[in-house]
Design a protein around this ligand. Structure first.
Ligand code: GDP
Length: 445
């Protein structure tokens, strides 16, 4: 699931790496690539259009953030937009204020409804609830028995019409199940309804009749994520025919391209509430839009990093440094030290880089990065006079010897630092001329 989409998006972000600032052409190209990636993942066209429009607009207006380079900003925007189309906040199940909570399941045959009913029952049981499953799929041969087998697997009782009661009336069974639940003190009733291979009026009517009879707290539409674009039209048909409050996506373990997951909320305005991802009864969980988005972006904890960076980075100081450079002012050793300390605030550099997308190369370079080198740099700089720090060009040979002695390091350590400082300054000045705010220049390597 999502593998191709993830790869495609990663390529898109890779193309932005190293750019100091995004031009209109960069933004257009990025939007185009994202559009293709989403279309290839089977995302519905209206959703794709809205998504790329939003990303484009936000990328254009993106504020220059001290902590993030343009590529990271685009990742951040795409991530936030993904979370939004997946429904934003995690939608929790609503329980009845009094009496048993009624959950009605609807969906096509083969969607995974019966399996899901048992998974949901198990999940509720694990939450301390006392659910009962209700077999209202009286159409498909063996459906009742299948629910009973699944119910047994999770240790949840099944309310079903007595064998020999003819084909039974699903509305009557559903109605009786509420009375049964009250009597036996079950607090959640999960009603499994009949599905057909295709949408048909009779099935819709039956589900609607059951709905009217039991007045569910939640109607959940169960849909197989593997059916791709069809998921959206099926959802629309169920929305019109029965109506539903939330969606359960099944078979997320399959190699579907993920379009269903990404389109359903946008098209139906109903949140995905649960996801089912395998044959085991435990392959089931609440659907978290944010976690799904980071899974799609396949970027580990990149968002955590971005948040950390934003928090740790003192943008006021960065702005001041940039202003100074922009107005022709000089970048001093004091500024250099401050930048180092900003970097230090981010925590262990190598672990942070581990969270960054496409940072393989950097990570290698930093594999033997020693954080103590920041302490050593600090010691050398503190051993300098204020005049030396403000204007490092005056640091001649005898001054270097004195500084080295003062901080207990070698002259070559001092030389190295001074050289590195000049390099960093050059880089800062180039960046300032390019218009970007320098992020972390002069990182010791
Ligand atoms: P129903 O007709 O909607 O009740 O669907 P079933 O619950 O009978 O499921 C149809 C088939 O899909 C069965 O073979 C299930 O084992 C399988 N299935 C259900 N949910 C999942 C899932 O999340 N992942 C996978 N791989 N298979 C599933």
């Amino acid at each position: 699931m999502f593998a191709t989409l993830s790869d495609r998006l990663a390529d898109t972000f890779k193309n932005l790496r190293g750019k100091g600032r995004l031009s209109e052409a960069d933004i257009d190209a990025t939007a185009r690539e994202i559009r293709i990636a989403l279309l290839e993942a089977d995302v519905a066209l209206p959703v794709v259009k809205e998504f790329t429009r939003a990303v484009k607009e936000r990328a254009r207006g993106a504020e220059v953030s001290g902590a993030l380079n343009p590529a990271q900003q685009v990742v951040k925007i795409v991530n936030e937009e993904l979370v939004a189309i997946l429904g934003g906040e995690t939608r929790r199940l609503r329980y009845a204020k009094s009496g048993p909570t009624v959950i009605l399941l609807a969906g096509l045959q083969g969607a995974g409804k019966t399996t899901l009913a048992a998974k949901l029952a198990k999940w509720l049981k694990d939450q301390g609830k006392s659910p009962v499953l209700v077999a209202c799929d009286l159409q498909r041969p063996n459906a009742v028995q299948q629910l009973q087998v699944n119910g047994e697997r999770v240790g949840v009782p099944v309310f079903a019409p007595e064998p020999g009661n003819g084909t039974g009336d699903p509305v009557a069974v559903a109605t009786a199940s509420l009375e049964h639940a009250r009597r036996t003190l079950h607090d959640v009733v999960i009603v499994d309804t009949a599905g057909r291979l295709g949408v048909d009026a009779e099935m819709m009517q039956q589900a609607a009749d059951i709905r009217d009879a039991v007045r569910p707290d939640e109607v959940l539409f169960v849909v197989d994520a593997m059916i791709g674009q069809d998921a959206v039209s099926t959802a629309q048909a169920f929305l019109d025919g029965v109506g539903f409050d939330g969606v359960v996506l099944t078979k997320l373990d399959g190699d579907a391209r993920g379009g269903a997951a990404l389109s359903i909320r946008g098209i139906t305005d109903r949140p995905v509430m649960f996801a089912s991802s395998g044959e085991k009864m435990t392959d089931f969980d609440v659907f978290h839009p944010d976690r799904m988005a980071s899974r799609i972006l396949d970027m580990g904890d990149v968002m955590t990093l971005i948040e950390q960076a934003e928090k740790a980075f003192d943008s006021e100081k960065a702005l001041k440094a940039a202003e100074k450079l922009g107005s022709g002012g000089d970048f001093t050793l004091d500024d250099f030290l401050e930048q180092m300390q900003q970097v230090r605030k981010l925590g262990s550099l190598s672990s942070i880089l581990g969270m960054l997308p496409g940072m393989g190369q950097m990570r290698e370079q930093l594999a033997d990065f020693d954080e103590r080198s920041i302490d050593r740099i600090q010691a050398v700089i503190q051993s300098m006079t204020p005049a030396e720090r403000a204007d490092p060009t005056i640091i001649n040979g005898s001054r270097r010897a004195r500084i080295a002695k003062g901080c207990g390091q070698t002259v070559s350590d001092v030389n190295q630092l001074v050289d590195r400082f000049f390099e960093a300054r050059k880089m800062m000045q180039q960046m300032a001329r390019g218009g970007g705010i320098p992020g972390m220049p002069g990182m010791p390597g």
